[in-house]
Design a binder for this molecule. Structure first.
Ligand SMILES: [Fe+2]
Ligand SMILES: [Fe+2]
Length: 305
């Protein structure tokens, strides 16, 4: 694990920047300059985190309420026929093991469960080009692909460790959200003049945990989930309580994604990779010693849509 200490969004009182950072095209020439400008952008009161489609946000909020009636979720989802079609297509994939075709949103919610359907709504929404970073589309797509892979491995880890698999999947899907926010901010700042990737990626990685917190809070994700995704590179937290188990799951999932070719292979990424000792401790925490091949097999059986 790196010596990196995670940047966090300053409290309002600490924040001296009242206005949005003026997005004049500039070319920043050092990693420190790029990171600092991103921090200023995220700390400015005018900063607006990337938004999800309204339907996805409404669905996620409603799904967290206890005993939410299925028809309410159904009513929200069917407002977007394209999304509904994609969800039904996804729910009929072999990975969900439906014996008979799922033909309605109600059937999908009943057979797969609310958390799983919401996860797929979120995944599909993230992939539908809602995140606009002109000039950086390839990088955004790479982060989304990586996040999907980590989500799949985190879910497989959770199933083997007897944990809440859909929740672990959601943590995996969200864990590097800050990188997407940082890519969007960078694209806004540098319209037309991309900084050197060797400088930009390490700067993006440096600020990404704090940015993940910012976006996850803006999306009103559950506070405990916000803490997990915003601290996923913090080894000291990896083994404490419920949150520790989820962070340990992300550590293992990140390693497996890397080993299986779905790592985030960008300049500076190795500084954020968990070391052997941390992975061993994570496996111990989850009672997964010697079971990683099993996790990979289970994840591969559910991936691929
Ligand atoms: Fe990360
Ligand atoms: Fe990651």
């Amino acid at each position: 694990m790196s010596s990196y200490s995670g940047w966090r969004l300053p409290e309002a009182a600490e924040c001296e920047v009242d206005e949005p950072v003026v997005d004049e095209p500039v070319v920043l020439t050092t990693r420190e300059e790029i990171a600092e400008r991103l921090r200023q952008t995220f700390a400015s009161r005018g900063y607006e985190p990337p938004v999800l489609p309204r339907i996805a946000l409404e669905l996620m909020k409603l799904s967290r309420q206890p005993k939410v009636p299925l028809h309410q979720l159904e009513q929200i989802l069917v407002q977007d026929p394209t999304l509904t079609g994609q969800i039904l297509k996804c729910c009929n994939r072999p990975r969900f093991g439906a014996r008979a075709p799922i033909r309605s949103v109600r059937a999908a919610l009943m057979r797969l469960g609310i958390p799983e359907v919401c996860n797929q709504v979120l995944r599909i929404s993230m992939k539908s080009r809602v995140f606009r970073a002109p000039g950086w589309e390839g990088e955004v797509d790479a982060v989304i692909r990586h996040s999907e892979a980590v989500a799949t491995y985190a879910s497989a880890v959770a199933r083997l460790a007897d944990q809440d698999a859909p929740y672990a999947y959601l943590c995996g899907l969200m864990h590097d959200l800050g990188l997407i926010a940082a890519l969007i901010a960078l694209a806004d700042q540098h319209a037309g003049a991309r900084p050197d990737l060797e400088l930009a990626w390490p700067a993006l990685l440096e600020v990404h945990e704090g940015a993940t917190r910012l976006v996850a809070e803006a999306w009103e994700l559950p506070p405990e989930l916000v803490d997990v995704v915003a601290d996923h590179h913090q080894p000291d937290l990896a083994f404490v309580g419920e949150r520790g188990a989820l962070i340990a799951g992300l550590v293992v999932a990140e390693l497996l994604a890397q080993q299986e070719g779905a790592g985030l292979n960008v300049p500076g990424a190795s500084d954020f990779a968990a070391g052997e000792l941390l992975v061993r401790r994570a496996c111990l925490r989850l009672d997964l010693q010697g079971k990683l091949p099993q996790v990979v097999k289970a994840a591969k059986a559910t991936a691929g849509d």
